[in-house]
Design a protein. Sequence first.
Length: 631
Amino acid sequence: MKKYILSALAVLSAATLFTSCNDMLDTDPRVTQMTAGTFPGKPGDVEALNAATYSIMNTMGGGDCDTYNPYYWWELMSDNCYGSGGLQDNKTKSLHHLVEMSVNQFEPIFIVLYGGVSRANNQIETIDNVAWTDAQKTQRDQLLGEGYFMRGLYTLLITQLFGDVPLITSTVITDDMWQQVSAEDVIYPQILSDFYSAKSLMKAERANGSGHADKFAAEGYLARAWMFWAGFYKNVGELAKGDATIELVEQEGCPAGTKLAKADVVAALKDIVDNGGYKLCEDFRSLWQYSNSLLWDEAHDGVGHEYAFIKDMKRENCFDQPGMGNGNTEEIFQVQFLNASKWAISGTYSQSRMYSNYISVFWGLRNGASNQNGNRDLTYPFNQGWGQGTPSCNIWDDWTIAETNGGYTDKRKLASMIDLDNELAGYTYEADDNEESGYSVKKYAEVNLDACNANNDTWWSMCEGYSGSSLENKMQGDHFEDFYLMRYADVLLMMTELTGDAKYMNQVQARAGVPQTPYSWKAIQDERRWEFCFEGLRFNDMRRWTGNKPTADSYAPKALQAQAGKKIVCLGDKANKRTMTHMTCSWTERYIATNGFLSKPQRQITLMNGKMEQNPGWDASDETTQYKVIY
């Protein structure tokens, strides 16, 4: 079996040595003084800075997803998920209803992402403190490219969350740099320049599941960022029939006068297709931990429970087999995790349990006072969790309609969602839950085994190299499945969306058992929804297909409002379902008012003394913007 449980000492050391202070944009004076004098002095020092820059990803991807994981937020804000959870789980419901619990609710991720920008800036600025030899130029350029890539990524996330914000491109922050600037005209040219520099500087070699960015990841993100800019800000609409050109910023790896149009983006994606060496896993289920070989063995040993859903798989396609699962043949960029979680982790941007893929807990089966869900005799092989962000009735219903109209069964539907009433006969609707749809997320779901010692153990405790949970709580600490940020399927679907050539989309459809169809805008929109549900892409896809001048009939407001009227289970009362209604007004009204942006933290607006303004649709005195108890 592939060894998944890794030693974290080196990573933890690198991640905590170089930090920025909690004032959003300030650089830690210890780092500044060390850099100005003697640091970095050798290539290994730059490697340490690089590890610190990446470590922000673990803060985002692990621990409290309702506070730090924007990809989880974007699923909640889309029509793919409800807020759900228990009565006290108000953060998830506020995101789903596009309201806020407090004027500083979204400050933690605002600070963390700017911390990532600060670390990337430090890496970029100080790289030539090292006396690189000619023989080390490739290493130097790779590390610089990774610094540009990570700055571009963190900045992209900030502006997709908050819109017009300060653009920070230096560790020395001038008064002008604190000023909020236009995302469309100032920030996106810089983001795209960072990805362009990254692709130009980094080696044309795959990172091969190392957790680092490579040239191909930069090319993929160049496309993703340009498509959002063109669709949302330039209102291009159907990208196969439209175009937009943006002038980039001069910096190393991005020459003066460089412009980026659709043809350049297509060429970048084509390079991934032709030279990246990626391929789709044969079986979609291979991407997810519920297809691990230990569970497959239990399905075939004739003893105890069996998970019939994976029984027909080839064993060599199981999650933990070569080329599958973590580091698989289609994984382009991801957040990785280690057996290093603690209830308290030191470091400025650290948080509890940050090295565990905690989204598995958030999407795990809601386990309330009855303590039934997660019991192997009732919900095998799926374990207990918080039950927050459950799949909406909408995605199941829309998917079923597509299957019925097309006369096919899409293998991805049951590979992505648990149909609780039909797959888990023992599932219990808890007395303090709400907004339950009857479905749960199967991607990233917590998995138990008959071979495990207890109901709340995870299958990882049976893997080679495992010696005990670093958190001393397996249900919360032992989750090491990569969180995918970009898969090869995304490259293929972006190619079809940009070119109108269906052959790329057809590859994705073929794996899913879906008839290969000609290109249409609706076909590519549906394919992206089905392929990437619960991976954090849906909401920003909806936004770029809508543009920045939405009406009630635009894609995003219309899809979000379709949630109203669906039947949901609340307070455990399955016999008397309630009707899904918006918390304060309607999803249409909230989306049009905000354009999909969140409220900027009031504390940060105050600190900037008038240089940053609140986003439209977030006047705290307007009750439609504020969380309301409805269950």
